[in-house]
Write a protein that binds this ligand. Structure first.
Ligand code: IMP
Ligand code: MG
Length: 178
């Protein structure tokens, strides 16, 4: 299905809208952590574009790390099992940590990632996610900095893929299935 995707795709969140919202989130983060150091942890691969845009607007003393969590095959449905396949290379004990995700769908991925990092005793642990599909949630997740709530549609672009394609689109697109 992914091959034919782009032909039937529509813009859900455009570039200007993304840019404005990312600026607002960065301002909020700059205010909330004023005078503090922030460890920013991106969840690969989907978060890379949102994280990069966000970081350009964050004026704090930051360090940047990535981890990789896998919960999806090549389809569009979650499996419910989450594997951490790449960990961060720093000790977060006593640090302010901001996790950055592309999208919270069922919530399973973030629940596992959050549990893993919370066990390491950070001073604070917050979550920024570009998108959220609340209607698909299977476990409760608090999103401290949310870009956009979206309906139950499979989205691509701005880091999000379908079978590894379309991550480079500068906007969030969706596929009209009916
Ligand atoms: P969750 O564990 O169900 O919350 O899913 C989280 C992960 O699934 C995200 O980090 C994405 O990588 C992927 N995902 C969920 N929904 C979509 C979508 O609509 N498009 C592309 N990837 C998605
Ligand atoms: Mg992801």
């Amino acid at each position: 299905m992914c091959m034919e995707l782009l032909k039937n795709s529509k813009v859900l969140v455009g570039e200007a809208e993304l840019d404005n919202r990312v600026s607002e989130l960065a301002q909020q983060i700059n205010r909330d952590f004023a005078g503090e150091k922030l460890i920013v942890v991106g969840v690969l691969k989907g978060a890379f574009m949102f994280m990069s845009d966000l970081l350009k607007k964050i004026t704090l003393d930051t360090e940047v790390y990535f981890l990789k969590a896998e919960s999806y095959g090549n389809g569009t449905e979650t499996s419910g099992t989450v594997k951490i396949t790449k960990d961060i290379e720093t000790d977060i004990n006593g640090q302010n940590v901001l996790l950055v995700e592309d999208i919270i769908d069922s919530g399973f991925t973030m629940r596992e990632v959050f549990k893993l990092l919370a066990k390491r005793n950070p001073k604070s642990l917050k979550l920024a996610s570009c998108l959220s599909k609340p209607s698909r949630r299977k476990c409760e997740i608090d999103i401290d900095y949310l870009g956009f709530e979206i309906p139950d549609k499979f989205v691509i672009g701005y880091g999000l893929d379908c079978a590894e394609k379309y991550r480079n689109l500068p906007y969030i697109g969706y596929i009209e299935t009916e």
